[in-house]
Ligand binder design. Structure first.
Ligand SMILES: Nc1ncnc2c1ncn2[C@@H]1O[C@H](COP(=O)(O)OP(=O)(O)OP(=O)(O)O)[C@@H](O)[C@H]1O
Ligand SMILES: [Mg+2]
Length: 500
């Protein structure tokens, strides 16, 4: 009985091996060292559509050829040849088929089964990986498409993983934030967020815990930090996707700093226009009574004996003169007047202004320094109106330096503009005041009318230029005026209205 059982064991083993041989999903072929097929499995027969008896005893390369795989025994790409040479497992993945036609891709592994000798056997396990290759190709193509979209987008596209590390950073992101992709990939997103907002990863953690997408799909107005720490306003849309346990958050970010500046300017222009109309009316109403008060006061003063009355009338006349100056300024600010444009060098405008200013302020504690670019481009402008702009700015600078100091004026060409910088060493302007200094009637001075900069703003705006101030309290102030080199009307002497 025991003997019988023992006798069945090799038979069972054989059946098992056969089942395995036929059951695996790879093609298996047993060849001798001449490439003559000794056996093949079911998958092999299914793939080439042949019977075992038509295969066994044939050269492997002939069978392969019949099946569209150009295979030469003994060639450098023959796995049998290599396995014979090396005596080791050989793995090759090659495309087979006529050139230019979609070919089959086979992954072939050849093992020497027995050691050296004439009856040496080799087993080849092969798998058709054509579909796999095509899948990879499709994946690469769609990845390329995705990259192209990413990199042609004008908005920054940034993705982070659940550990808050940056995993996608497109070209626009590089430009907007000033970092290269290599510098940020794998880094914490906090590097792009102003530190005063604290650790941003808490929002990601909270989302992972609660799964409440409070901000997903909405447009948020926030601030971000460029390389070097400069903060700027952004608009941001957020989305996320999950793959298994992996979660990726993607933000599309628009730099809205230019837009915000334009909105601010527009608001300023609108305010100026609204205020201007009221002011024009009031100024007109005040002018005539003022002339009458001034004229009669003169006449009365001439006939007065009482010194006290003369003194009082003198004070009335002083105030009338001040009011007349104010009305004249208001006129400058409100009336519809024209720019008389011609080609001029801003340097000579500044030199004229400096002559007047040194005439008024020297000798005294205030000095003037000019560093004017010798190659400054000529521009089409109204030099008289620009004179007024520079006088107003310089006068403010002097008034900001009670104890004296120097006003420094520099000029230079930028690609599209001539730039004039007027720097003082005065008290500086508080951040909250900086927003208002160009508004009419904004003043912090006891006897100021708050019109000097409003007029300057209007003149510069009429030149299609820009004006702004950089200032730190206690550190002085720099006013920057930029005037375009190529004004819309360039070569003729024209007028353009400065209407309020
Ligand atoms: N260089 C400066 N340094 C400090 N503050 C300044 C400077 N220039 C302007 N300012 C601030 O801006 C305000 C507005 O200036 P603006 O010239 O329009 O009016 P003002 O000087 O007060 O009056 P005015 O109409 O007589 O010029 C000033 O009152 C002052 O607070
Ligand atoms: Mg002023």
């Amino acid at each position: 009985m025991r003997k019988k059982e023992q006798g069945r064991e090799p038979e069972t083993l054989n059946l098992l091996l056969r089942a395995l041989f036929d059951g695996v999903s790879e093609e298996i072929m047993l060849v001798d060292q001449e490439g003559v097929v000794q056996d093949v499995n079911r998958v092999f027969l299914d793939e080439c559509g042949m019977n075992r008896k038509d295969v066994v005893g044939q050269k492997c390369s002939d069978i392969r050829k019949k099946h569209g795989v150009l295979c030469e025994l003994g060639s450098e790409y023959c796995p049998l040849e290599r396995a014979k040479k090396t005596g080791e497992r050989v793995e090759m993945t090659r495309s087979h088929g006529p050139e230019g036609i979609e070919s089959r891709r086979l992954r072939r592994i050849m093992y020497p089964l027995t050691s050296e000798g004439p009856s040496r056997l080799f087993v080849e396990i092969s798998r058709d990986v054509t579909e796999y290759r095509n899948l990879i190709r499709e994946l690469r193509a769609s990845e390329k498409k995705f990259r192209a979209i990413l990199d042609t987008a004008t908005d920054a596209i940034i993705s982070i993983d659940s550990a808050h590390r940056i995993v996608v950073f497109n070209n626009a992101a590089q430009e907007i934030f000033g970092y290269s992709r290599d510098e940020v990939l794998g880094e914490d997103l906090n590097m792009l967020i102003p530190p005063r907002y604290g650790d941003h990863s808490r929002f990601v953690k909270r989302f992972l815990e609660t799964r409440t997408p409070r901000v997903m799909g909405k447009t948020l107005s926030l601030r971000a930090a460029r390389r070097g720490g400069e903060e700027f306003p952004i608009e941001l849309g957020l989305s996320y996707y999950e793959m298994g346990t992996d979660i990726t958050f993607t933000a599309i970010i628009r730099d809205v700093s230019v837009q915000r500046q334009l909105e601010k300017k527009l608001l300023q222009s609108e305010r100026l226009a609204a205020v201007g109309q009221t002011v024009a009316h009031v100024a007109h109403e005040i002018k005539n009574p003022l002339m009458i008060i001034g004229g009669f006061s003169h006449q009365i003063k001439d006939g007065l004996r009482d010194p006290k009355a003369v003194q009082k009338l003198g004070m009335i006349l002083d105030e009338v003169r001040r009011l007349e100056r104010l009305v004249a300024d208001l006129g400058d600010f409100t009336k519809v007047y024209s720019l008389v444009k011609r080609q001029a060098n801003v340097n000579s405008v500044i030199q004229d202004v400096l002559k007047i200013m040194t005439g008024i302020y020297s000798p005294g504690p205030h000095g003037f320094k000019a560093d004017l670019a010798s190659d400054l481009k000529e521009i089409t402008c109204d030099p008289d109106k620009l004179k007024q702009v520079f006088m107003n700015i310089i006068t403010n600078g002097i008034q900001a330096m009670d104890a004296g100091g120097t006003i420094t004026i520099t000029t230079r060409n930028t690609p599209d503009n001539v730039e004039i910088r007027i720097r003082d060493e005065g008290v500086g302007i508080r951040e909250e005041d900086l927003l208002h200094i160009f508004e009419p009637f904004f003043t912090t001075r006891d006897r100021g009318s708050g019109l000097g900069l409003a007029i300057a703003y209007k003149v510069v705006e009429a030149h299609m230029g820009e004006i702004w101030a950089d200032s730190e309290p206690g550190e002085g102030t720099t006013f920057v005026v930029r005037l375009p080199i190529l004004c819309p009307e360039t070569n003729t002497s024209q007028t353009s209205d400065m209407e309020t």
